[in-house]
Design a protein around this ligand. Structure first.
Ligand code: NAG
Ligand code: NAG
Ligand code: NAG
Ligand code: NAG
Ligand code: NAG
Length: 371
């Protein structure tokens, strides 16, 4: 969709209110067939690498997927940029309103769930249903195939430096962290800088009250931007015996270091999780490669190992479901983050207690590897 003139913009908004969507068939090709089509597309058009925005806040969050892609699809370069979801959508929207020839990226995988329905009504997304469409969590996808959930992310698991705190001493409720016993020991992400962390904090504060937030604020927490940052900071301070910093609960993962441990909260305490969502942008010069990327993300091989996954059959085989965990709220985040007035209200609660988020974009501190 080109929108280089006011007339085109007017036409776009007229189209946007027309809700016709094409019915696309499920793509029944195998990954190797799609790879062959993508290779033809790449060589005959000798185009750029597939351009992907990958919502995240530390460059290394893209390493696993870059490596796995390069191993499985070596003939097609992937330019995967880790970027804060709330900046990725802005970049995409600015380019759209400026009427650039191509979308900024072919594919975006983001946390900002509210964007996808809007982009659909603006006719900016490609309708696509990968081969295992019927096996995907139906409630998390656009029924017409404009976007789909490809992974379940979560915040709220407690990660700790086991050389500084023993697993037995790590609490299994968030309530404990307001206790002076944990003074100077926590590293946490500003909840007013990341909607998913905001949602987690909204659950905790709703449970334990504003007094909990005030006590936490008085507990000498090291507040940081980014959910990768607490783990980097724990690592950096690990060998520093004068640092007591030992725990976080605002990172997505963090027990891989030799000193790292993790603990799940116990019922009735709950953490948050959400379906990270992916879409392909209309006007991509590499539609087949984009199909390959999306199909591969939700393929059985990539989903097997995630628990829960976005495939019903795997969840059934593993006896898990994102919907029935008694320590995880899965479906609340979409509602929370779509209600921008509600998010603003919570951000002000957090800002009043914790101040505005300080520091640069975490990706300026923990950058992408040069591609
Ligand atoms: C090359 O790109 C154009 C769109 O830019 C597309 O229509 C065409 O099918 C592509 N060629 C191949 C072989 O995929
Ligand atoms: C990779 O993506 C970034 C961010 O969109 C862009 O600035 C850069 O030019 C791209 N590089 C290549 C080789 O496509
Ligand atoms: C901490 O010390 C260990 C050796 O005890 C070393 O392997 C590691 O690289 C050090 N970590 C940092 C961040 O300096
Ligand atoms: C998932 O992976 C495990 C271990 O590699 C394997 O045994 C199992 O068959 C796989 N399940 C499916 C459904 O592919
Ligand atoms: C739910 O919580 C209880 C503890 O209250 C635990 O024993 C049980 O295993 C949990 N069930 C599931 C499905 O996680």
């Amino acid at each position: 969709m080109r929108t280089s003139t006011p007339l085109a913009l007017a036409l776009t908004s007229a189209l946007a209110s027309a809700q016709f969507t094409p019915t696309v068939p499920i793509d029944d090709r195998s990954l190797s067939d799609i790879y062959a089509a993508a290779r033809r597309e790449y060589t005959s058009n000798s185009t750029r690498p597939l351009q992907v925005f990958w919502g995240g806040d530390a460059g290394d969050q893209g390493d696993g997927i870059r490596t796995a892609w390069a191993q499985q699809f070596p003939d097609i370069p992937l330019n995967l940029t880790v970027i804060l979801s709330k900046y990725a959508d802005t970049r995409l929207d600015e380019a759209f309103y400026e009427g650039t020839e191509y979308p900024v990226v072919d594919v975006a995988a983001l946390q900002t769930l509210r964007d996808f329905p809007r982009w659909k009504t603006q006719n900016r997304l490609v309708y696509y249903k990968p081969a295992n469409w019927e096996d995907l969590l139906a409630n998390e996808n656009d029924p017409d195939g404009a976007f789909l959930a490809f992974s379940i992310y979560s915040f709220g698991t407690i990660y700790f430096d086991s050389s500084k705190v023993s697993a037995d001493d790590v609490p299994s409720t968030f309530e404990s962290f307001a206790d002076p016993r944990w003074k100077g020991k926590l590293i946490l992400t500003y909840p007013n800088d990341d909607d998913a962390v905001a949602y987690l904090f909204s659950l905790i504060v709703s449970h334990y009250g504003f007094g909990w937030l005030r006590a936490l604020a008085a507990n000498d927490v090291q507040w940081v931007r980014g959910t990768g940052t607490p783990i980097f900071e724990l690592e950096r301070q690990h060998n520093d015996t004068s640092s007591k910093r030992a725990l976080t609960f605002t990172s997505g993962s963090g027990s891989s270091a030799s000193w790292g441990g993790s603990k799940a909260v116990e019922p009735p305490e709950k953490i948050m999780s959400w379906p990270q969502t992916v879409a392909t942008f209309a006007g991509t010069p590499q539609p087949e490669t984009a199909k390959l990327f999306v199909s591969w993300l939700v393929s059985n091989d990539r989903q097997n190992g995630s628990s829960p996954s976005v495939l019903n059959s795997l969840n059934e085989a593993n006896g898990v479901s994102p919907y029935t965990s008694n320590t995880t709220i899965f479906s609340g985040f979409r509602t929370f983050e779509t209600d921008r007035a509600g998010v603003e209200w919570w951000k002000n609660v957090f800002e009043e207690a914790l101040d505005t988020p300080q520091g640069p974009d975490p990706l300026a501190v923990y950058p992408n590897p040069s591609s």
